[in-house]
Write a protein that binds this ligand. Structure first.
Ligand SMILES: C[S@@+](CC[C@H](N)C(=O)[O-])C[C@H]1O[C@@H](n2cnc3c(N)ncnc32)[C@H](O)[C@@H]1O
Ligand code: SF4
Length: 380
């Protein structure tokens, strides 16, 4: 089984916290879609004999695509790849693009899962973030999506925002759950270099929340999602049973995926490749039938470290039997030895030969992950 990720590199305006690759020059969209459709053909052998089980439109802003553009992309995918009968097809959308007419068109397309970027239900937060929509539009977009027949809906929210407090955060969570969603992605704000927020931080225009506030909001998130019957299946992802993101779960399970579009990454177990992060360069290379990517071969050390990064963030954790089968007994011993201190402090549990982070451990996941890394190739 495999997945396809499609990067739509356009945003009508740039949010102040975001460093995902995108451009605001939408005039290039028609020629970009043509190039993208050519890339599917040029990459048609990448997944070899694997069937495509999930398709994910991310960005940037996929909801800037017209219905005709979207359908041309589906045609190319179905013409060049073996797609299973009921694939999961996720479409990231910005609330202000989700008009009744557009949603009806989306419903006619093969898209069957919406990921709507709400970020906050407070207008002042949305303004600070330079979002294009307000809170009322976000709520209306979710309701309209349900009215046209989408019943697999995920929302994105950000916590740890400057001036946010636990009460405001709880209001955001309550509003999201009152909308009867199936999935929630909740990210703690990170200050990414080259973003406006990063500059504001450097110049003391915004003051980040203190650590205790972050911890309190995280606890609120964990408790509230549990109360609502959502399963915390990855650090930032919560879903009702049967509604986890299959596409992202496949990434975390190290399944193959092909990424098309500028900045998209692909992975086939032995190597990783990433397309150029520049839409003009992307288009001109593809027009000449050249795939504009860099790549790296994944040696055992990189494969092990990648596995730790992805698996430890999930509720399934690190499978020690898998490590033994894929690498050797020394790798298992190394991993267990590094994990020992975290098992003792209850940041991690060893259950059925799986190392799994506790809710407490998830708060310091990055530290634990880097402590489990192997930097000595002799272990292999
Ligand atoms: C590719 S982006 C969004 C897709 C869509 N264009 C939108 O804005 O709704 C995916 C999500 O990552 C999250 N995100 C992006 N940058 C972030 C940051 N610096 N800190 C925390 N979350 C971030 C936001 O929640 C965003 O919705
Ligand atoms: S959050 Fe979404 S709309 Fe905002 S800049 Fe990032 S990709 Fe574009």
């Amino acid at each position: 089984m495999a997945g396809i990720y499609i990067h739509i590199p356009f945003c009508k305006q740039k949010c102040f916290y975001c460093d995902f690759y995108s451009t605001t020059l939408l005039k290039n969209k028609p020629v970009f879609v043509k190039a993208l459709n050519k890339e599917f053909y040029l990459q048609k052998d990448y997944l070899k004999n694997n069937c495509v089980e999930t398709i994910y439109f991310g960005g940037g802003t996929p909801s800037v695509l017209t219905y005709d553009e979207l359908m041309s992309i589906f045609n190319q995918i179905y013409n060049n790849f073996d797609v299973v009968d009921n694939p999961e097809i996720t479409f990231e959308a910005n609330p202000d693009d989700l008009t009744n007419d557009y949603l009806k068109e989306l419903k006619h397309s093969p898209v069957n899962r919406l990921s709507i970027g709400v970020q906050s239900f407070f207008d002042d937060d949305l303004k600070t973030m330079n979002r294009r929509h307000n809170a009322a539009e976000a709520e209306a977009a979710v309701k309209l999506s349900q009215d046209v027949g989408f019943h697999n809906i995920s929302l994105d929210l950000i916590y740890g925002l400057p001036k946010m407090n636990n009460q405001k955060w709880l209001h955001n969570l309550n509003t999201a759950f009152n909308l009867n969603i199936q999935h929630l992605s909740a990210y703690h704000l990170t200050y990414e270099p080259k973003t406006v927020f990063y500059n504001y931080l450097k110049n003391k225009i915004i003051i980040p929340v203190v650590e205790q506030e972050s911890i309190d909001e995280y606890r609120t998130l964990v408790n509230k999602t549990k109360q609502e019957g959502f399963i915390h299946y990855e650090i930032s992802n919560f879903g009702k049973k049967g509604f986890f993101s299959k596409h992202n779960s496949n990434y975390w399970r190290q399944e193959k995926y092909l990424g098309v579009g500028p900045s998209a990454h692909s992975f086939n177990n032995t190597s990783r490749q990433w397309n150029v992060k520049d839409t003009d360069k992307y288009i001109s290379f593809i027009e000449k039938e050249i795939l504009p990517y860099d790549s790296e071969i994944l040696d055992p050390e990189k494969q092990y470290n990648d596995y730790i990064i992805t698996s430890l963030r999930t509720m399934w954790g690190v499978d020690l039997d898998f490590l033994k089968e894929k690498f050797n007994e020394r790798v298992v011993s190394y991993c267990l030895k590094s994990a020992e201190q975290y098992i003792k402090t209850k940041n991690m549990n060893l259950t059925d030969n799986h190392l799994i982070l506790s809710e407490k451990g998830m708060l310091i996941a990055d530290k634990i992950i880097s402590d489990l890394f192997i930097i000595d190739e002799e272990v292999f």
